[in-house]
Design a protein around this ligand. Structure first.
Ligand code: ATP
Length: 451
C-alpha cells in the first residue's frame, strides 16, 4: 500500500482460537483491537480475516484467524504490543474455556518472510504440527502469548500473519456485531431488506440469500456476537449494503475485513489419486469406476480411479449435487473438488464433493435381444453361445446377436456447483468467476470500521 514507511515498521498481530462456547469470537476481538489502535497508529491494511483449512477436525466453526497490520514507529512497538496484550487478556479471561487455546502472535517486518508465507498457505491446505509452528516461530523471531497450556491456537495466529493477501485473489466482509445483552437471542434482521439488498448489490456482494429456499445467509446462529456478515468485492458496496439492511437491534460495532473467503484458496490440484492426503482439499481428475449408490440421508457415493489408485467421492444431500452425481456411469471422466475425509470403520477415505466438473461422458449402451426375422417378435436367448429362439413362431437361429442401442445421457458435461446454502467460507461462488483480483488495494477506504 502506498503509505510512507519511513522510520516505521509494520507490526503484524495474529490472533486465533478466541471464540468459546461461552461467547466471544476472534473477529469480534479483532474489531475491538482495531478501534483501540486506530487514530493512535495507522493501519497498513484492513484487518485480514484468513480462513484456514476447512477440514481440520478440531475447528469450532469456520476456522478463521485474523491478522492486523499496524504501522508503528520502531520505538513504539512494545507500547502497541502491551496495549494489545491488555485487551486480548481481558477478553480471553471473560470467555475462558478448557477447549480453547487462545493465542496472539507478533511479527515485526515490512515484508512477510517466505517461510511465513509458505506456512500460511500450508495451514490453509494441510495439517500443521506443533513442531512445525515452533520452528517457523523460532526462525522468524515471532513473539507470542498463549492463554492456555498448549500451542494449538498459535498455528492460526502465525498462519494469519503469513497470508498478507498481496499476491492472490481476495474479497471483503463487513461484519456487524451485536450488543452484549443480545448475544444468544434471536437476531433481529429483516429478511425483506436483505432480499432487496441482494437484488441491488449482487454480484458485487455474494452469498446473501439462497433464492431457492428464500433463505437469508448473512446471519450466523447461536451465541456468536456477529449480527450479520456481508461479503463483497469492494468496501464501498459493503457500506451501501449495510445501509440497506434493516435491523431491530442496535449494532455495537462493525468492521470491514479483507479476506481469502470465496477464493478457492484451499483447493490444490493433485496430479494423481495416490498423492491425495487426508484433510487436504483437492481437485482431482479420474474416471468413474463404480455405479453411484444412494445411501441413507439422501447422499450419493461413487468411486473414481486413475492409473495410481481409486478413491470414493461423496455428494452430500445439502449440496444438491447428489442428483447430478447419481447420473454418472462407469467410464465418465470427471474432476472432483472437495475436502478429504479420513477412512473410518464405515467408509474408505472420501472426497466430500464441493464442485463437480464433468469432462467427458461415456456411451450409455443397452443390449437387447434381436427381433425374429419371420414374425418380428423379440427372441429369447437359448443360453450362452446357443443362439436365439422366437417364443411366438418357434424360429431358431445361431446367427443372430444382441442389438446394441446407444442411449441418450440425461447429463451434460460442464461444472456443477452446490446450492448456495451449502457454501463454506473458502469456496468460490460462480458469481465471482471473472472478478478475481490480482493486486492488493492501493488505499484503505474510510471509514472501514465504526460503532
Ligand atoms: P472461527 O474463529 O471462525 O470461529 P473456528 O472456531 O472454526 O474459527 P478456531 O476456534 O480458530 O476455529 O479453532 C481452530 C484451531 O485449529 C485453532 O487452534 C487453530 O490454530 C488450529 N488450526 C487451524 N488451522 C490448522 C491447520 N491447518 N493445522 C493445524 N491446526 C490448525
Amino acid at each position: 500500500m502506498g503509505r510512507n514507511l519511513q522510520n516505521k515498521v509494520v507490526l503484524h498481530i495474529g490472533i486465533d482460537d478466541i471464540d468459546s462456547p461461552l461467547g466471544g469470537c476472534t473477529t469480534h476481538l479483532a474489531s475491538i483491537l482495531v478501534e483501540s489502535l486506530d487514530g493512535r497508529f495507522s493501519f497498513k491494511d484492513y484487518p485480514n480475516l484468513i480462513r484456514l483449512n476447512p477440514n481440520i477436525p478440531w475447528k469450532t466453526r469456520g476456522n478463521g484467524a485474523v491478522a492486523l497490520r499496524v504501522l508503528v514507529e520502531e520505538d513504539s512497538v512494545s507500547q502497541v504490543v502491551e496495549r494489545v496484550l491488555d485487551t486480548v487478556g481481558g477478553y480471553v479471561e471473560e470467555f475462558m474455556h478448557p477447549k480453547r487455546n487462545p493465542c496472539v502472535a507478533f511479527y515485526t517486518s515490512n515484508n512477510v518472510s517466505r517461510s511465513l508465507r509458505w506456512f500460511g498457505v500450508k495451514a490453509i491446505r494441510d495439517v500443521i504440527t506443533l513442531d512445525l509452528v515452533k520452528k517457523v516461530v523460532g526462525r522468524n523471531g515471532v513473539k507470542f502469548e498463549c492463554y492456555e497450556p498448549g500451542l494449538r491456537g498459535l498455528v492460526g495466529a502465525v498462519a494469519a500473519i503469513g497470508v498478507p493477501l498481496d499476491d492472490c485473489d481476495y474479497t471483503y466482509e463487513l461484519l456487524a456485531y451485536r450488543c452484549r445483552e443480545n448475544w444468544g437471542k434471536t437476531r433481529l434482521v429483516e429478511d425483506e431488506s436483505v432480499f432487496k439488498m441482494d437484488e441491488e448489490t449482487r454480484p458485487h456482494t455474494f452469498l446473501n440469500v439462497d433464492w431457492e429456499e428464500k433463505r437469508v445467509l448473512i446471519t450466523p446462529r447461536g451465541v456468536d456476537p456477529v449480527l450479520y456478515g456481508i461479503r463483497g468485492e469492494d468496501p464501498g458496496i459493503l457500506i451501501k449494503a449495510m445501509k440497506m439492511v434493516k435491523i431491530g437491534e442496535p449494532i455495537e460495532r462493525w468492521t470491514i475485513f479483507r479476506s481469502n473467503q470465496g477464493t478457492d484458496m484451499h483447493l490444490q490440484r493433485v496430479p494423481a489419486i495416490s498423492s491425495i492426503r487426508v484433510y487436504q482439499s483437492v481437485i482431482v481428475r479420474g474416471k468413474v469406476v463404480s455405479k453411484p449408490m444412494w445411501i441413507k440421508g439422501g447422499h450419493v457415493v461413487f468411486r473414481i480411479g486413475d492409473e495410481t489408485g481409486t478413491i470414493d467421492v461423496a455428494a452430500y444431500e445439502p449440496t444438491g449435487l447428489q442428483h447430478i452425481a447419481s447420473k454418472l456411469i462407469p467410464g465418465d471422466v470427471i474432476e472432483a473438488s472437495g475436502g478429504v475425509r479420513p477412512a473410518s470403520s464405515k467408509h474408505d477415505m472420501t472426497i466430500n464433493l464441493e464442485r463437480l466438473h464433468i469432462i467427458k461422458l461415456a456411451e450409455l449402451v443397452e443390449k437387447r435381444n434381436p427381433k425374429c426375422p419371420k414374425c418380428g417378435k423379440t427372441m429369447k436367448s437359448m443360453g450362452r453361445n446357443k443362439g436365439y429362439r422366437c417364443p411366438k413362431c418357434g424360429f431358431r437361429t445361431c446367427k443372430a446377436s444382441k442389438i446394441i442401442i446407444v442411449k441418450k445421457r440425461d447429463l451434460e458435461t460442464g461444472t456443477y456447483y452446490p446450492r448456495l446454502r451449502a457454501y463454506r467460507h473458502l469456496m468460490k461462488p460462480p458469481t465471482r468467476i471473472g472478478r478475481e483480483k490480482r493486486k492488493p488495494p492501493t488505499r484503505i477506504y474510510t471509514p472501514f470500521h465504526g460503532t
